[in-house]
Design a protein around this ligand. Sequence first.
Ligand code: UGA
Length: 434
Amino acid sequence: MFARRIAVIGTGYVGLTTGACLASLGHHVVCADIDPDKIDRLNDGQIDILEPGLPELVAENVAAGRLEFVLGARQAIVRPEEPAVEVVFLCVPTPMGEGGAADLAAVQAVANEVRHLLPKGCVVVNKSTVPVGTAEATRKMLGRRDVSVVSNPEFLREGSAVHDFLHPDRIVVGSDAQDAAERVAALYSKLGAPTQLTDAASAEMVKYAANCFLAMKLSYVNALADLCERLGADVIEVTEGMGYDRRIGQTFLSPGPGWGGSCFPKDTHALLQIAAAAGMDFELVGASLRTNETTRERVVDKVRTAVGGSLAGQRIGLLGLTFKAGTDDLRDSPSLAVAQLLRAEGAELVGYDPACPHDVPGVTDGITVVDDALDAAKDAAALVVLTEWPQFRTLDWTALGGVVGAPVVIDTRNLLDPDVLRRAGFAWIGLGRS
Ligand code: UGA
């Protein structure tokens, strides 16, 4: 029998996507969260996160009776009227804790809560990004010889999580119990994706290794953009030429205002910490983090130069606040990091983002968030494109030119068509371009 009984603990971005997608593969999934309001909203069909396809997938699978939302892990696991739950996914947050290490309090709390509730033979799966050794630690926390623990990291990108789940490049399942790993891998068999069965520590490491490699790739590209500018080369041409090499690939080569989001900063810090605890200075990862800081500072240098040498009292219009396009997530957004630096030099900031039309207290402080690009442009000494929202390309640049204080755009994503901008009367300044 293919369809399994699954509990998913945590209905954040990873848990909700995992639950809905596993249900769409035919499994019976019960998702639990400790937040009663969130469960109420989910039961009302309201999805808090902006994730294409997710609301439809949730609705479809709830209607088909394959997906439910309940309050608390107990209700997802102890279901006397139903066959016993076979697999329990832990999808709880592992934020950056002290010294950059991952904070495992939520994993620990769930393990404590469920340890006496799990049926014999059940498999507990760690989906959250957790330090190497957490599967083993979870096994100890559970203290159950008749329950196995498996690491099955997720590789979902925000904004295309449903697509990534259903069309994965690979599925990695790690456990020191071969049989449990095979049972978890079988949950995904319909997807026909390359599947790697490995040990738990290696599976846990794969996630950090991949995210930190990608962050390093971006820092490299951002540093390259700086050098291209100094030498009169064009980073777009350079990365295209690099990308034809199949060992490098064409993707993840776009320079920007630095990388961010809820994963890369947290995971790079955590890997540094994991390495330090193992007696190693992972210099490449440290350098990638430092380069990320420099990249933001370089954006500020460009804006300062563009407005004549001092940002004090200058009104700057920011286009894009989220950490990348296609999401409403502001966590660790490079746009906000650049905004903070501009503000520290006395700039007056007005920001517009298609997915974040209002102030978010404690996050967008110091930026007047407006719900129209024209309002962001009004009287601005410069406009700065920070997030690569495609709709910025088709803004009415002539109208924007009519309201700005000075027609200059610093395009930190090389997103806009310089000719369109020039025709609208703007000076266009890209990144890494001659
Ligand atoms: C990242 C990974 O790509 C996923 O594989 C992983 O599962 C996820 O973290 C996670 O650990 O859960 P995500 O944080 O959604 O996904 O964001 P990315 O699309 O990877 O972008 C990260 C940052 O890099 C953004 O700030 C983005 O703007 C920047 N970026 C990306 C660039 O500056 N240039 C690029 O060419 C690509």
